[in-house]
Write a protein of this length. Sequence first.
Length: 346
Amino acid sequence: MKFADNLEANLLSLEKRLRNRTYKPGRSIAFIVQKPKIREIFAADFADRVIHHVLYNYLAPIYERQFIYDSWACRKDKGTHGAMFRLLEFARKLEREREREPVLHPFFLKMDIKSFFTSIDQQILYDLVCKKVKNEEILWLSKTIIFHDCAHDIPPKIQSQPSLFDKLPKDKSLFTVAKGKGLPIGNLTSQFFANVYMNELDNFAKHQLKAKYYIRYVDDFLILSSDRDYLEFCRDQLTDFAANKLKLKVHPDKQFIKAVSCGVDFVGYIVRPEYILVRKRIVADCKFKLRNLTPGTNKYQETINSYSAHFQWANTLSLQSSLFPRLFSCRPLGSGVGGVEPATAG
């Protein structure tokens, strides 16, 4: 609102600083969120967010032609629900193959990157941008944003208790990672550049490893196959590629190969060929919040609306009717307030 009060002058000032290349990112606000897990967030100054959109609007059309189809985070017409249904499609295709050849058993390889955003190498990222972009002004702006150290160049305003920052492992905080490493969680450009960075891994998986059923959301990625030995080979190859080409470390405790029939935990849902469930942790969080709120209050209803919106994408009719009995008391099951039916989940 403050920026908009003098909108024209503020925009003209930004334009002038871009044209004469005197623009520098301003002061961020740093704070900690603790759920679903503890993270350090940097909220950029509003003027900087305008610049982020300028850069994103230029780069996104270029990179949309480079990104693989099954990169689902922070892209137009993508998102968590699209990723979940795409995974369901993959699982069902493998299940149909198993029905034709009972000796086949569908497996999935799941991996993610340890301390992803704080591990991104800024020079590697900038070099990747230089390969696709030749506009000198855009390259200058990209460099300005990529190499900006929001934790030290202009010390941020801290809006969480210092004790919360102390809980963060050193490799998860921009205050303590090595110089030249990391992008701030919270910026539009960081989300976009994460896709630019991981696009290298995507293309390696698709074109070098020939992974037919590959899908990624930010730094979580999966490969489905009926050949377990192939998945073990992919795990080793992806680990080496991430380390050697991107200077990223695959999380040692979050990589495994399991049967698809066990359920694939991905983007907040448990996906099986026959149905979709929500994570037990999310259900537990919902129960905890409802127990500690007063029924009939706005906050209570907002909580129900929020969780119901998440649950409706899965097979959760029974779950929702038990959690939200008043919501279901005047409506029959399947009337639009329940979960996705197995026959229509895809």
